[in-house]
Ligand binder design. Structure first.
Ligand code: ADP
Ligand code: MG
Length: 281
């Protein structure tokens, strides 16, 4: 060995931007001139300069990764813990939600099930937890159950169900919203059972339902499949009962000038009451 690789005779500094692009180091590319100026002025040892650049690239890489995973998650914007009003759910202490947002349950593939009437905040809460998990480095997918069922059924028709399910394995958590809107007569809903069975004890599901388990036989093809699905889901699960007055209705009532000005019962009120009766029946 005659030449030391770290001591080349001529270094083309002008080629640096192109080299950094080729190496896929966009943060170093962007920040090195300012940092080099600082290093020169303060007489940093070369190792310190290099370490500072590496640190910067790693930190920004993590930020970019989270941003990518947030887009990939399809989580609706704005539904975060920061915008969640804990006072609206007195039965659900903030500490319990924060523990769920920390995500230890994800490690063991446990599930989270929120059951309650429409407007109780199930979607908001599950999305807020999902959002926190993405920020903590997990991969999450939010989907309405009917959308996922349709996609998986299309994949099955194309003989690509296995590939479609395998693609979903990369998510630490899949949020299935509004499971009770999926209907067995909407075509076969057994793809829903397949995803539940596949993820059992390995990968987590978070499910929102405005119907109690007793009504889930409308979702699965028959009683036996319903029982098998619920059995797997609840084996390792946190179940949140969220039967509180609709947040939307409450917010509307708060906006009304006086209670006396508001009509006694609206059609929406009646509908919500019907749903509530169905749940509590
Ligand atoms: P559900 O899924 O139970 O039907 P949503 O989560 O869609 O209810 O809530 C209905 C609306 O009220 C949404 O706009 C949601 O952001 C808002 N909301 C519900 N609960 C809360 C809450 N505790 N804090 C802040 N906003 C809430
Ligand atoms: Mg909802």
């Amino acid at each position: 060995m005659t030449d030391h690789p770290a001591k080349p005779r001529a270094v083309d500094v002008h080629a640096l931007p192109a080299m950094l692009t080729a190496l896929r180091l966009p943060s170093i590319h962007r920040h090195w001139p300012a940092l080099a100026e600082c290093a020169d002025k303060e007489g940093w040892p070369a190792a310190r300069f290099l370490a500072a650049l590496a640190e910067l690239e790693l930190a920004e890489r993590e930020t970019r990764r989270i941003r990518r995973h947030l887009i990939e998650s399809q989580l609706p914007g704005g539904k975060t813990l920061a915008t969640f009003d804990f006072k609206a759910l007195p039965g659900l202490p903030r500490a319990r939600v924060e523990a769920l947002a920390a995500g230890d349950w994800i490690e063991t593939g446990a599930n989270l099930i929120a059951i309650g009437n429409s407007g109780a905040g199930k979607t908001h809460l599950l999305c807020a937890i999902g959002h926190a998990l993405v920020e903590a480095g997990r991969r999450v997918l939010y989907t309405r159950t009917t959308d996922l069922v349709q996609k998986l059924q299309a994949a099955r028709r194309d003989l690509a169900l296995e590939a479609a399910l395998a693609k979903l394995d990369r998510f630490d958590l899949i949020i299935l919203d509004d499971i009770s809107y999926a209907r067995k007569d909407q075509a076969e809903t057994s793809v829903l059972f397949e995803i539940i069975a596949r993820r059992y004890e390995t990968r987590s599901l978070a499910i929102a339902a405005n119907q109690p388990f007793s009504a889930w036989d409308r979702v699965f093809p028959d009683q036996a499949v319903t029982v098998a699905a619920i059995d797997r889901l609840v084996h390792h699960a946190t179940i949140l009962e969220m039967n509180v007055e609709s947040y939307r209705r409450r917010a509307a009532a708060d906006r009304a000038p006086t209670k006396a000005d508001a009509p006694a019962t609206t059609t929406a009120d009646k509908q919500a009451d019907n749903i509530k009766e169905e749940i509590t029946a």
